[in-house]
Design a protein around this ligand. Structure first.
Ligand code: PRT
Ligand code: ZN
Length: 284
């Protein structure tokens, strides 16, 4: 029976986090610098490739699945299916021009030259906006193109914005937001599809867990109803009586994103002794 073949980026920004995610899923992979590694505890082998080569490998069935930036998957134009967004490697693909330009809207780019590593994405964006500009494909150091007279503007990945800033550029349009994604071959054989499905199930449990915290608190019984309104939880909270007469302990889960606001309200409602713990896996 053949194992699942997953390719991940070799030695780039996404490599470590891809391996860490697999590890959290109980799949141990040694990154010993070789091109291929057998996973331990899972019927899978991992190929280490340049991110640009992953879409082709997955399309052609050289690999069954891959982890890469959504921007690279889209730019490749290859026929692969996005299975899951993975929440790391977040960035945006943006247009930028010299800081001193007075920019109002995309018509600024009419008849101009744009340097980018993402010609397909830029072309389809300009088409949608009805702007015609010359696209110069370059493979690295896109941010210096305007200062050396190679282009009027650029389209590149932006994360903090400090690369643009230190090259005298300003971000003027966001074309897309991107994060790492799991992609798969369009037509996997049944056994491999099962292995991948199981891996996706584990990934989802890990990702979901990172969005929530486990919360335990004590409260007087008469405050419980109000507190429960604040804690929708996974289902309904667990309530256990405390040795102290008229008091209970309540256990539930709470979303990470509005965590501090809710904690404030819980205290106002009479909650005491609040404990908050990370959740490692969350299976619904
Ligand atoms: O060798 P290989 O071809 O595999 O790698 P690569 O050099 O093509 O890609 P790599 O490892 O740099 O990035 C892999 C993926 O990480 C990208 O395709 C994005 O999906 C994602 N990602 C997230 C980023 C960034 N953040 C990022 N900040 N990719 C690149 N950058 C670069 C950007 O090109 C620019 O030079 O960082 C600079 C901007 O960062 P700020 O923080 O200054 O705005
Ligand atoms: Zn690359």
């Amino acid at each position: 029976m053949s194992n699942l073949r997953l390719c991940i980026q070799k030695g780039g920004r996404l490599s470590e986090k891809s391996l860490a995610l697999l590890n959290q899923c109980g799949v141990a992979v040694a990154n010993g610098g070789s091109l291929k590694a057998e996973a331990r505890h899972y019927p899978m082998e991992v190929l280490f490739l340049r991110d640009d080569d992953i879409p082709q490998a997955v399309q052609d069935g050289v690999a069954d699945a891959g982890i890469l930036g959504e921007n690279v998957a889209l730019e490749s134009g290859k026929d692969v299916e996005i299975v899951e967004k993975l929440g790391f490697g977040r960035c945006r693909l943006s247009l930028a021009v010299r800081r001193e330009e007075s920019y109002e809207d995309t018509t600024w780019f009419e008849g101009k030259r744009i340097a980018t590593t993402y010609p397909r994405i830029v072309e389809s964006y300009l088409k949608e906006k009805g702007v015609s500009a010359a696209i110069e494909k370059i493979n690295g150091s896109v941010e210096i193109a305007p200062s050396i007279g190679l282009a009027d503007g650029i389209c590149d990945i932006v994360s903090t914005g400090s690369t643009l800033l230190s090259n005298g550029l300003k971000e003027v349009e966001t074309i897309m937001r991107s994060e790492s994604v799991l992609v798969k071959h369009k037509d996997l054989e049944p056994q491999k599809a099962k292995y991948l499905e199981n891996l996706v199930f584990r990934i989802q449990s890990v990702l979901r867990a990172s969005e929530f915290k486990y919360i335990l608190l004590n409260a007087p019984n008469e405050a419980l109803e109000g507190i429960m309104q604040e804690l929708p939880g996974m289902n309904s909270p667990t309530i256990l009586p405390l040795a102290k007469e008229g008091w209970s302990s309540l256990h539930s889960v709470i979303r990470e994103d509005d965590f501090w606001e809710r904690i404030g309200r819980l205290k106002d409602l009479g909650a005491e002794g609040i404990l908050v713990c990370p959740i490692e896996k969350m299976i619904l």
